[in-house]
Design a protein around this ligand. Sequence first.
Ligand code: 4NP
Length: 164
Amino acid sequence: MNSTVEVCFVCLGNICRSPLAQGVFEALVKQEELQDRIIISSAGTSHWHVGGPPDPRMQQTARQHGIHLNSRARQFQATDFKRMDLVLAMDHSNLDSLQQMRPAAELHDKLFLFRSFDPENNGDLNVPDPYYGGDKGFEAVYQMVERTCPKVLQHLQTKLAKKA
Ligand code: 4NP
């Protein structure tokens, strides 16, 4: 049987940034026919929107780029780290929350900032929270996510190759 790897994208509410990353990454993985090898999810560090759909503004931006978002918000649990190969925090605040859940030694090879994979990060490793801003914020998040996902895929392919 082929081995699998599991990735989770994590933001604060799990209704804007991480559902978009999940949707864009799912489309990319399907295009590469790797959907049987890579398990994809997203979660929030807060419980605020648990069970809810992605924000309508994020859904609309995604739809404009041919991406359908169908996740439901979930709060990340400390126990999730065990089965994950890669956990990607959308900003430093999300990273801090996740780091508080487990000893650093357990997380060093699986917990990273999403934009550490962004080829155009110019040293800025936060995906800005678009929730309280205008529509331009959602499109800016889309652009960051779209150009970063292929680099995340490369990283996971390396992990897959090591597991095979
Ligand atoms: P997200 O955005 O973390 O990208 O899902 C937010 C969604 C909701 C809230 C904050 C950020 N909120 O304050 O409810």
